[in-house]
Design a protein around this ligand. Structure first.
Ligand code: SAM
Length: 204
């Protein structure tokens, strides 16, 4: 991932922390790829109270090490996105980078994001999604094998459609980058939790 981090992903990750402040949750932090960007945001004057969840113990250990190295004050919890160990209306911003492709129970996790966000709070996302046309067909064919070798990642998930269709949130910003070469479209954007909508599942 290192070349991709430097070339393609850095700009997207900066988008996720742009003018960020308040209580922030990094969902599925992995080894802490967002942590240098939280540090940058703090150095730029952002007043952040940082939390992360990561279910994989190996990844979590790496994340703890990275936070220490950066001198980043962040509380890292062992939890999955489907059962967040936080009270309702806890966060100003929830950040998800390259994680909703892997979360087994998408709808439960998105309900949890809606629950822990304050009304008016932001859900900022960066995800790879199913391609269009022949690329999408190739993604469909490769998806089962990819799921096995890539830690449960769904190569052909239409994550952006699922985010945009959810009426507990208002779409504030959305960008789709087809990628070069056009093998893995990337989407980034911001949803805002509606102030007076229900936080219950959209299926209720
Ligand atoms: C591709 S990594 C992305 C890590 C990091 N967010 C980043 O930007 O590099 C996907 C992460 O999702 C985590 N994950 C898997 N299932 C999850 C779940 N149910 N809830 C939260 N995170 C999960 C994995 O352990 C892994 O760390």
């Amino acid at each position: 991932m290192k070349p991709a981090e430097r070339t393609v992903l850095a700009d997207h990750r900066r988008y996720l922390v742009d003018k960020i402040s308040g209580a922030v949750l990094d969902l599925g932090a992995g080894t802490g790829a967002m942590f240098p960007y939280f540090s940058e945001a703090t150095a730029d004057g952002g007043n952040l109270t940082l939390f992360a969840i990561e279910p994989d113990p190996h990844m979590r250990r790496q994340a703890v090490k990275r936070a220490r190295k950066l001198g980043l004050d962040i509380e890292i919890e062992s939890a999955g996105a489907e059962a967040l160990p936080f009270a309702d209306d806890s966060f100003d911003v929830v950040v998800a980078s390259l994680v909703f492709c892997t979360i087994p129970n998408f709808d439960t996790a998105l309900s949890e994001v809606a629950r822990v966000l304050k009304p008016g709070g932001e859900f900022r996302f960066l995800e790879h999604v199913r391609g269009e046309g022949a690329v999408g067909v190739a993604h469909d064919a490769l998806a089962p094998a990819w799921h096995t070798v890539a830690g449960g990642c769904h190569l052909n998930r239409e994550t952006d459609e699922m985010f945009r269709d959810d009426d507990r949130f208002e779409l504030v910003d959305y960008t789709r980058v087809e990628g070069v070469p056009q093998v893995a479209p990337v989407v980034r954007g911001t949803l805002r939790r509606r102030r007076n909508g229900s936080i219950l599942s959209r299926f209720v």
